[in-house]
Design a protein. Structure first.
Length: 183
């Protein structure tokens, strides 16, 4: 069976046995989803790339703590969540002024509809960024990564009922913050 056809648990077993190609396959599978998740948590593309690299270093260093009975992606996103929260906390203690903000970069070639869609996306992203960490994590994993309540509960180390509650509160907050878009 080709490496790309094997389940995550088998890839992890091969990495633990010293197979570097297996780690490359794991990164190929999960790099983009991890970067996307972290970006939605930290709100900065450069930080998202840096944190994602740190996540994969942590994965490699802590692979011996992974339990095969747990879904690998749940374990991975828990590491990514912790790394993103660490970065957010670090940034709050080390404030810097950005030379140019992502919202200030406007593509010169784009229809009015594309610009409007981008602006709406920016407003949604800004509203999500203002959510408390637990609600932000739950909404990003649910809406952007399609995870089930059970998977989100595994990442956040809480009950499924807690996930349901956090998602409800996040959606209520977002609905209120984005009411002008719904009208």
């Amino acid at each position: 069976m080709q490496l790309h056809e094997q389940p995550d648990s088998e890839i992890v077993r091969q990495i633990q046995s010293g197979d570097a190609a297996a780690f490359d396959e794991l990164m190929r599978r999960y790099k983009r989803p991890v970067v996307n998740f972290v970006f939605r948590m930290v709100g900065d593309a450069q930080d998202a790339d840096d944190v994602a690299q740190d996540v994969f270093v942590r994965v490699y260093q802590n692979l011996d703590t992974y339990r095969p009975e747990t879904k690998f992606s749940t374990w991975l996103f828990a590491l990514a969540r912790n790394a993103a929260i660490d970065r957010i906390r670090w940034r709050s203690r080390h404030r810097t002024e950005s030379i140019e903000s992502a919202s200030e970069i406007v593509a010169s070639s784009g229809t009015a509809e594309e610009v409007n869609t981008r602006e709406i996306g920016d407003q949604i992203a800004a509203a999500i960024a203002k959510l408390p960490e637990d609600q932000k994590t739950a909404i990003v994993l649910s809406e952007y990564h399609g995870m089930s309540y059970a998977e989100i509960a595994g990442v956040m180390r809480c009950s499924e009922k807690s996930v349901e509650s956090r998602l409800y509160r996040a959606k209520q907050t977002l609905r209120a913050a984005l009411q002008h878009l719904l009208e």
